[in-house]
Ligand binder design. Structure first.
Ligand SMILES: [Zn+2]
Length: 906
């Protein structure tokens, strides 16, 4: 396993296999098999390489897991990898370690512990380091189990802060520390070298730092020395620095800074540490302040301090001659302008949110479908950000939030800054959205937020801000029905039914489609001209009465209010002199009455401001048209208004004689509030009148009880189909009349005659059928009648027979066609004849020369009545038609007499 791993390691490090260095198995570096000189000199119990080159406890499998990730440098570091120096930095670190240690201990006995300073060993050390860093269960191994007990051991911590500083500084720090350790007579084993790369010292949540602290704590007292380049490398947070100082004290370790000269063994070290801690924190604060001032100034000066947001782009500033302006540092000056490609999408997002009532997620999905801005990564929060961006109304804002940083956990939290502290600047040339649209979007955001606020009492219903259902009915037990099954067919059920809560006996599910279509169909069918007339008459009657009413004198009411106010003031004075329960209740009672009277007055005044006008028929029919349009519009728009119109829909269930559950919905249709809202929205002339009707609580309630059952179309047309067929209409003419294929008509007729439920093939499964070939064939036939319909009809009008036309098509187009197909094609192109035939029950007159004239039919009937037992062929010969025509006329006559007999029975 380990052998096979080697090439991988080498590859990922960019090392070539070369004969110049020995291909040692990885084990040599890890445990017993020490390379070269060390092995022959070493006699005493072999020092495990754990003490020198780190712990072996890390599973190799883990390394395999991350192996693939090492090669890609541009990849963003995962949370685990944060602070891990990259490969080249680690390799440099390992090489520096080996070289420096060999240089320092080359002649001393300790050097026996060192493997050779070649590339392979270095790569091995890199593995050790990385594995320990990434292993979240890493525990410091005890370095003191071996013969090294005699040598004091030191740990080293290295860090550089930002991505832009030099990663080489890690190995420079290491060299300083190793030299200092050697001076102080301490040995630094590789597994006590800890490092963090590109991590700020303001947070204590650094992997390398935490590992160092853990090692010191676990090895309490045995790590005699901890080396850092300077105190600021350990921490740039005063409290954390002091905590580290205390830890060192408790564990009896000595902390030494190589370049700043700090040494915890000195007499004044505690004072020094506090000062260093203060200085470093102060340094960071100053730096932060400078950066903040810099951005503030840049914002005030009108510079761009952020990349342009969606809808804008940066273009070079041009001088009078059209050349880009270059600043003193050689950079091209840029300015932010509106990006014409994105403008329509910004507007679209606002329109979808405000007018279309779509949710941010739906808008994001729409944006991804259209790859808006070349992105497919839009999500709800992105869109919400877009909808709140003030740049779109020509105002740039800076400092809306502030980051709060917890130095212990390293977590950042965003805090909202009060609006008064925001920094703003006007950028009218960047405006895309009107103030009204933006404000409407913000209002809708507030509404949506309220709908999700559980603490708010009068919060709007969630279904009214984002509708996934047109109607959300209530069970007769009072519980709101929930969506039980989603997917292709959503359905609703009562959640109380399971445990019979509120004595609910409802069982089963009802399809949302059925509920919605039944209720909406009922609403649609109730919007008749008669309804229009009724609204007009009754509303006008009410309005006429209102107009006739004398203007109410508000003076007495005003006087009462004045007196009440006086009384309240009087009792309040009395209460201050002599506080008592009775006085409080009296004051409260007066105040309540006062409020009521004031509301009454406001009501009267507001109604007197607008005088209603009588409605005319056109206004009413326009209003009802608006409702009809609404019923066909998007769910998001229609749902809240339908809710207003039908109020609460109560669904109840009964069991019928066949032990089948029968669902019914009960609701009341009230058109006035909806008309008031719709007319107000479209700024209709009659809007104030409707508003007046709405405010005066004038209603025109129609109670409705609707069975929630849909009758399949085939059941609906079956009786009619049967009647027509019985009276002689052919299958073909019925097919043309009902726009169905002949086979469907046959199936429905069979159902009508026998009551046998047809087995329709499920939709969408046709393609999965095994008989693909046959299916294709029938597709072709369908195409034929669509393709040649017009041609056949035209030639037929010229007097050609179907046979002639079929031959013509076969010769001209090379398409063979059967007689029924040709007939169907004709019926499709000229349906009038077939429809007429279906109604009369006679052969359709497909522009045929042979079709019988009405007087010929009369002749057949006369002959049939005269001699009921005669052969059809004889009559046919007499009249000059086919025997079939006589036979069908006979059938028709029988059907008619039957019908008459039935009517007589009734
Ligand atoms: Zn219920």
């Amino acid at each position: 396993m380990s052998k096979s791993l080697r090439p991988n390691v080498r590859e990922s490090f960019g090392l070539r296999t070369s004969s110049s260095f020995s291909l040692l198995p990885v084990q040599t570096c890890r445990s017993t098999g020490l390379p070269g000189q060390i092995q022959d000199k070493f006699t005493a119990p072999e020092p495990s390489l754990r003490t020198i080159a780190g712990t072996t406890s890390v599973s190799l499998l883990f390394f395999v897991g991350i192996g693939g990730a090492i090669g890609g440098r541009t990849r963003r570091k995962s949370t685990n990898e944060r602070g891990l120096p990259d490969n080249s930095a680690l390799l440099a670190l390992a090489k520096t370690y080996l070289e420096t240690q060999l240089r320092l201990y080359g002649s001393v006995e300790l050097s026996r512990l060192l493997p050779r300073a070649d590339k392979q060993t270095a790569a091995c050390l890199v593995d050790e380091f990385r594995n320990a860093f990434l292993d979240l269960d890493w525990r410091p191994s005890s370095p003191l189990e071996t013969s090294l007990t005699l040598t004091p051991v030191a740990a080293v911590y290295l860090r550089y802060s930002c991505d832009k500083s030099n990663p080489r500084s890690l190995d420079q720090q290491l060299r300083n520390c190793l030299e200092k350790a050697a001076q102080l007579g301490h040995w630094v084993p590789w597994d006590l070298v800890f490092a963090d790369a590109a991590v700020s010292g303001t947070s204590a949540a650094r992997r390398g730092y935490q590992m160092a602290k853990a090692a010191i704590e676990v090895e309490s007292g045995r790590i005699g020395l901890v080396l850092i380049d300077e105190i600021g490398r350990a921490a740039r947070d005063a409290i954390e620095t002091l905590k580290l100082g205390r830890l060192m004290d408790n564990c009896g370790s000595r902390l030494v800074g190589c370049t700043d000269g700090f040494d915890s063994s000195h007499a004044h070290s505690k004072m020094m540490l506090s000062m260093f801690a203060m200085v470093h924190e102060h340094f960071v604060d100053q730096l932060r302040g400078k950066v903040r001032r810099g951005t503030d100034d840049a914002f005030r000066m009108g510079n761009n301090i952020r990349p342009p947001s969606f809808g804008y782009k940066l273009v070079p500033c041009l001088d009078a001659e059209g050349c880009p302006i270059v600043d003193t540092k050689g950079r091209v000056d840029v300015q932010k302008v509106v990006d014409d490609e994105h403008v329509e999408w910004v507007i679209k997002a606002f329109e979808m949110y405000v007018d279309g009532r779509k949710s941010p997620s739906k808008i994001a999905a729409f944006f991804n479908d259209h790859e808006v801005g070349g992105r497919k990564t839009w999500d709800g929060p992105n869109v919400t950000q877009l909808l709140t961006r003030r740049t779109y109304i020509g105002e740039e804002v800076e400092g809306m939030t502030r980051n709060c940083f917890d130095s212990e956990s390293g977590k950042r939290t965003t805090i909202k800054v009060p609006e008064s502290e925001w920094k703003r600047r006007d950028v009218p040339h960047l405006r895309i959205i009107s103030d009204e649209m933006f404000e409407a979007a913000q209002a809708r955001r507030r509404q949506c937020r309220d709908a999700h606020d559980t603490k708010l009492k009068n919060a709007p219903a969630r279904t009214s801000v984002y509708s996934n259902l047109l109607i959300r009915p209530v069970c007769s037990c009072g519980t709101r029905l929930l969506i039980g099954r989603t997917g292709e067919h959503k359905s609703l059920f009562c959640p109380s039914a399971k445990d019979h809560k509120h004595k609910c006996q409802m069982g089963g599910y009802k399809s949302v489609r059925i509920i919605e279509s039944c209720i909406l169909d009922h609403v649609r069918s109730s919007l008749t001209p008669a309804c229009e007339q009724e609204v007009l008459e009754r509303a006008n009657k009410f309005l006429a009465d209102e107009i006739k009413k004398p203007v109410k004198d508000t003076k007495p009411l005003e006087r009462t209010i004045k007196e009440l106010k006086k009384k309240v003031a009087l009792y309040l004075d009395k209460f201050e002199e002599n506080p008592s329960e009775a006085a409080i209740s009296r004051v409260n009672a007066y105040e309540r009455t006062l409020k009521e009277r004031e509301a009454e007055l406001r009501d009267i005044q507001s109604r007197q401001l607008s005088t209603p006008v009588l409605l005319d028929a056109e206004a009413v029919s326009k209003a009802l048209d608006q409702i009809r349009q609404l019923l066909n519009s998007d769910k998001e728009i229609a749902a809240p208004i339908i809710e207003k119109m039908v109020g609460q829909v109560v669904v109840s269930q009964t069991i019928n004689a066949a032990k089948k559950r029968v669902w019914t919905a009960k609701f009341a249709i009230n058109l006035i509030p909806v008309i008031a809202e719709l007319t107000a929205r479209s700024q209709c002339l009659n809007a104030p009148t409707w508003e007046y009707l709405h405010l005066s609580d004038w209603t025109l309630l129609t109670e409705a009880i609707v069975p929630l059952e849909t009758v399949p179309p085939y059941v609906q047309i079956a009786p009619e189909l049967l009647r027509l067929h019985r009276s002689g209409a052919s299958i073909e003419s019925l097919a043309a009349t009902f726009k169905k294929t002949a086979s469907v008509i046959r199936t429905i007729l069979k159902f009508a005659q026998t009551g046998e439920k047809p087995q329709w093939e499920p939709k969408g499964k046709k393609r999965d059928r095994k008989k693909k070939g046959r299916e294709k064939e029938s597709d072709k036939v369908e195409c034929k009648y669509l393709q040649f319909g017009e041609l056949i009809a035209e030639r037929r009008e010229l007097g050609e027979t179907f046979r002639e036309i079929r031959n013509f098509i076969a010769n001209e187009y090379g398409v063979k066609m059967s007689h029924p197909t040709a007939v169907r094609a004709y019926d499709h192109a000229r349906p009038a004849a077939a429809i007429a035939a279906a109604a009369s029950g006679r052969m359709p007159s497909r522009n045929s020369k042979n079709v019988l004239r009405p007087e010929q039919y009369d002749e057949i009937r006369r002959l049939l009545c005269l001699q009921p037992r005669v052969k059809y062929a004889d009559i046919a010969a007499q009249v000059g038609c086919s025997a079939a025509a006589v036979s069908s006329e006979k059938r028709r006559m029988t059907a008619e007499t039957n019908d008459e007999a039935k009517r007589a029975d009734k």
